[in-house]
Design a protein around this ligand. Structure first.
Ligand code: FAD
Length: 531
């Protein structure tokens, strides 16, 4: 375990697919510390169900995977990045298999079993049943724990990056030398110094009231990088899953799209009116985005909290047989889906935007890299193609490690760094402020910056963000940091970046849909914000 004021060759913030891949590729030569803000397996990686995309089927081609990715991304993807990721995919899968990920084998025993997902024109998804992410996380963690050069540090909440401003002698070159992090168990801030730092902190889904992402997806890495001076891009592109259970306690239980596939209907609660045929001739079988937008439209138009997903008209044995896990889970919450409808809302699912990086995972600041969902590499464009996101973690985790290895001599050792200063803060006497503001942000982001946007709603959100920025800034300046305060500050910063990006885009493209600019412009351009 590392302790206060420790120094490693490389510091990695995040122990999901991206962070651990980078760590394993650096470990043969360097001493690496990997921080996680809670348990090591608590990121989104462990939750991924579907699988990982790669060209493995005879007859499939890299060009086809590239084209599918570009079509999903509504032309905003960077073709060079897409080609880079797609071409490295088969090798990335082979390395995972070597690490012991038990991918399902085809019935003929010849190769891996491949499934097909929406938007892919071939079977190209390798998977481990319907819990691929968990298998991957466990294999990576096991390998990392066994490596003598890797130190895994759970319960360590990174607060801010250490930059040249924090050196004992001020220098303004923006170099990143590690991070300050709060040790949850001790309640103390520790300094982790390193020649290179990799952000692998995942997405920002929890900025929305309903999200399928884990509790820790509060955009910490994006906010830290922004504060340190990195550009952030395409934050307006948030992917929503159409049907998440509406339950104020259980906010992230997905109701698989197969329920609609098997005949489930979307209804208005009071009247039982089936609304999807009015939006698309494929009704409930329309693509994800169309269904999510239609539900959002009805919720906003009628002032509802949720709509109903009803499959109770089918034979109860069929329903139980096809959806045993969902049936059991809902029954535990008092909903019998064989007899009554399920209340559902769309939920945030994936953060397409993030910290701007190049093909080596480098950010704008010397010594700082970013990989995985925290980054904006150019792969996803305006919408993510299913199962491309874990892949991005593996390919860029390796790329960043390769670049650090090849340029080690150009990364100077850290200068003496000032410790965290707590001399002017006291313990908070008003924890309620944090809870109140946390809920408020997630609510107005949900209501004003969700699936269907308008300039007026975005401006309302921006106004609230301005008020909260002052209040939370004041609070942060006076009280000792806690994990919740760190997350609240990052949540607000991320919300601000999303709203600002959404206001900048004067068109509808991919996941960004605004009633004020419904058309797609001829030229696709990234939204790039500079601090
Ligand atoms: C329900 C669900 C299903 C999905 N299904 C698929 C799928 O089938 N296929 C696919 O390709 N993608 C899928 N995705 C997306 C995919 O899981 C994620 O994009 C990917 O796992 C992100 O990996 P990551 O390493 O970037 O971040 P994560 O796995 O989220 O890890 C983030 C890490 O950063 C740490 N961290 C965060 N903040 C701090 C901080 N301040 N200090 C220290 N550590 C910090 C966390 O503790 C964690 O260890 C799914 C996502 C969800 C939510």
């Amino acid at each position: 375990m590392t302790r206060a004021g420790t120094e490693h060759d490389v510091l990695i913030l995040g122990s999901g697919a991206a962070g651990l891949t980078a760590a394993l590729n650096l470990a043969p030569r360097f001493k690496v510390a990997v921080l996680a803000k809670g348990g090591l397996s608590e990121g989104a990686t462990g939750w991924a169900q579907g699988g990982i995309a790669a060209v493995l089927e005879p007859g499939d081609t890299f060009e086809s995977h590239v084209e599918d990715t570009m079509i999903a991304g509504a032309g905003l993807n960077n073709r060079a990045t897409v080609e880079f990721v797609v071409e490295h995919a088969p090798a990335a899968i082979a390395r995972l298999a070597e690490l012991g990920v038990p991918f399902n084998i085809d019935t003929d025993g010849e190769g891996w079993h491949l499934t097909r997902e929406g938007g892919h024109s071939h079977r190209r998804i390798v998977h481990v049943d319907d819990a691929t992410g968990w298998a991957v996380q466990q294999a990576l963690e096991k390998a990392a724990a066994a490596h003598p050069n890797i130190t895994l540090v759970p319960d360590m909440v990174a607060i801010d990056l250490v930059t040249s401003r924090h050196g004992e002698r001020y220098s303004g070159d923006g170099h990143v030398w590690g991070a300050y992090a709060l040790n949850r168990k001790k309640g103390k801030v520790e300094t982790f110094c390193a020649r290179a730092t990799i952000l692998a902190t995942g997405g920002a889904g929890r900025v929305y009231l309903f999200s399928t992402a884990p509790r820790g997806a509060t955009g910490d890495g994006i906010a830290m990088a922004w504060r340190a001076g990195c550009r952030v891009s395409n934050m307006e592109f948030m992917q929503f899953h159409p049907t998440c259970l509406y339950n104020l306690e259980v906010k992230n239980f997905l109701i698989t799209e197969a329920v609609r596939g098997e005949g489930g209907r979307l209804l208005i609660p009071e009247t039982g009116h089936r609304f999807m045929p009015e939006f698309d001739e494929r009704a409930e079988l329309a693509p994800r985005d169309v269904v999510a937008r239609a539900i959002d439209h009805e919720i906003k138009r009628l002032g509802l909290d949720f709509v109903h997903l009803d499959i109770s008209h089918l034979d109860p044995d069929f329903v139980k047989g096809h959806f045993p896990n969902i049936y059991e889970k809902l029954l535990g919450l008092g909903i019998d889906m064989t007899r009554e409808p399920i209340p559902v809302v769309p939920a945030q699912h994936y953060t397409c935007g993030g910290v701007v990086i190049d093909l080596d995972g480098r950010t704008d600041l010397p010594g700082l890299y970013a990989v995985g969902e925290v980054s904006q590499s150019g792969l996803h464009g305006a919408n993510r193609l299913a199962s491309n996101s874990l892949l991005e973690c593996f390919v860029f985790g390796e790329a960043a490690a390769r670049h650090i290895d090849a340029h080690w001599d150009m990364l100077p050792p850290p200068p003496p760094i000032r410790g965290w200063d707590e001399s002017r803060v006291t313990d908070s006497d008003e924890e309620v402020v944090i809870k109140q503001n946390w809920t408020e942000i997630r609510r107005f982001m949900w209501n004003y910056v969700g699936i269907v946007r308008t300039t007026k709603r975005l401006e309302r959100a921006q106004h609230r963000i301005r008020l909260l920025t002052e209040e939370i800034g004041d609070y942060y300046g006076h009280f000792r940091v806690t994990p919740d305060l760190v997350e609240l500050r990052n949540l607000l910063q991320t919300a601000e970046l999303i709203v600002r990006s959404a206001l900048r885009r004067k068109e509808s493209r991919g996941l960004h849909y605004t009633l004020d600019y419904p058309r797609t412009l001829a030229r696709a351009q990234d939204t790039v914000l500079a601090p």
